[in-house]
Write a new protein. Structure first.
Length: 266
């Protein structure tokens, strides 16, 4: 989206907002899968979600009202400019170490704690600059290892030769029609914006692998179902980003052509 120049447009911002909500839903699904496996009553299903909503609401208020004021007006002005990045990074790590066990204690996933740690600082530009300057490259490098080891090694390639796996995967892929139809919420609603929103929203993310793996490990799905899920997710994350790139290229070419025609007319 950023490379295509639509990240700061209404459709791009809608995708970012929807992706944030989607991550919270995925974390909630992980919590519920854990409750199915280890829960001992209705409270083990309901209360973690209640705590999750309360924590997200509290962090939203802090992110908008408290954190920017405290950092910009109270804390950072008293810190040597050369040490400000280290102080901000320390706050992020401290928040992560605080929220992860807190969320785990409430029955939710520790991933929610990592999400909230970044969420409560998301409105401050100092944190954004520090993250990009100090952490982003390392985090990107480590994430590749994490997903390669935790997910890549668990892709059942040998089972993709089964006709049953492909048939079940095709049924799972039918669900993507609902995600592609979200293109009708594009602003403004035209072909290019529809395709951009539809294909950006159509791909299933890495959380799908995590959820499928947990369901398999907890004995909630069969090996064949797991293989079909992984295959469907792999297809979606290959097809949708490729289609999105084509849609953005098409929109960019049309915009450039319209500019040239306008120059020619004037």
């Amino acid at each position: 989206l950023k490379a295509g120049g639509v990240l700061n447009q209404p459709t791009g911002q809608l995708i970012i907002a929807a992706a944030t909500v989607n991550e919270l839903i995925n974390i909630g699904l992980i919590t519920e899968i854990h409750a199915i496996r280890y829960g001992k009553g209705w409270s083990s299903y309901v209360m973690p979600l209640v705590y999750m909503l309360l924590l997200v609401t509290a962090m939203s208020i802090l992110a908008v009202k408290a954190v920017p004021y405290l950092l910009d007006k109270v804390i950072l002005p008293r810190i040597n400019p050369r040490r400000r990045e280290h102080v901000v990074l320390g706050f992020i790590l401290a928040a992560t170490l605080l929220f992860m066990p807190l969320c785990k204690y409430t029955g939710s996933s520790e991933l929610l704690g990592a999400f909230l740690a970044g969420f409560c600082f998301c409105t401050d530009e100092h944190v954004h600059h520090t993250w990009n300057h100090q952490v982003k490259r390392i985090a990107t490098f480590l994430m590749r290892f994490f997903f390669a080891c935790s997910i890549g090694f668990n892709v059942p390639v040998t089972e993709f030769g089964s006709l049953e796996v492909w048939q079940t995967a095709a049924l799972f892929l039918a669900c993507i029609i609902g995600k592609l139809s979200m293109g009708v919420f594009a602003m403004p609603l035209n072909v290019n914006e529809f395709l951009t929103l539809a294909f950006a929203w159509g791909a299933w993310g890495e959380f799908s692998f995590v959820i499928a793996m947990k369901a398999l490990n907890y004995g909630l799905v069969s090996r064949t179902t797991y293989s079909s899920l992984v295959l469907a997710v792999l297809i979606s994350i290959i097809v949708c980003p490729t289609a999105l790139r084509c849609a953005l290229t098409r929109a960019k070419a049309q915009a450039e052509r319209a500019i040239e025609e306008a120059k020619h007319d004037t």
